[in-house]
Ligand binder design. Structure first.
Ligand SMILES: [Zn+2]
Length: 87
């Protein structure tokens, strides 16, 4: 087993694009709580997002590869990862 293969299997996120096979870069929609300020005496309104965020296997995802336009949910990326390794 090569060092590269071992590194791939040690990744925290086991995801793979079902369209192009990319395993490195993805966009995932996350849920984040934010403070919303709505001042009454001037026009200052703004939001202040927390650094904590959540996502799960049903979160919307996009492939991060330059020429790939795959979109779906995180579970589809995990399924593609598993299929690539059991094939
Ligand atoms: Zn892709």
């Amino acid at each position: 087993m090569s060092t590269t293969t071992e590194a791939l299997q040690d990744r925290t996120f086991h995801v793979r694009c079902p369209k192009c096979g990319n395993e490195e870069s993805f966009r995932v929609e996350v849920c984040v709580m934010a403070n919303l300020y709505n001042s009454t005496d001037d026009m200052q309104t703004y939001t202040d997002a927390d650094s904590d965020h959540e996502w799960d296997k049903h979160s919307h995802a996009r492939c991060g590869a330059d020429d790939c336009e795959w979109q779906g949910e995180v579970w589809e990326l995990e399924e593609a990862y598993d299929q690539a390794r059991t094939a």
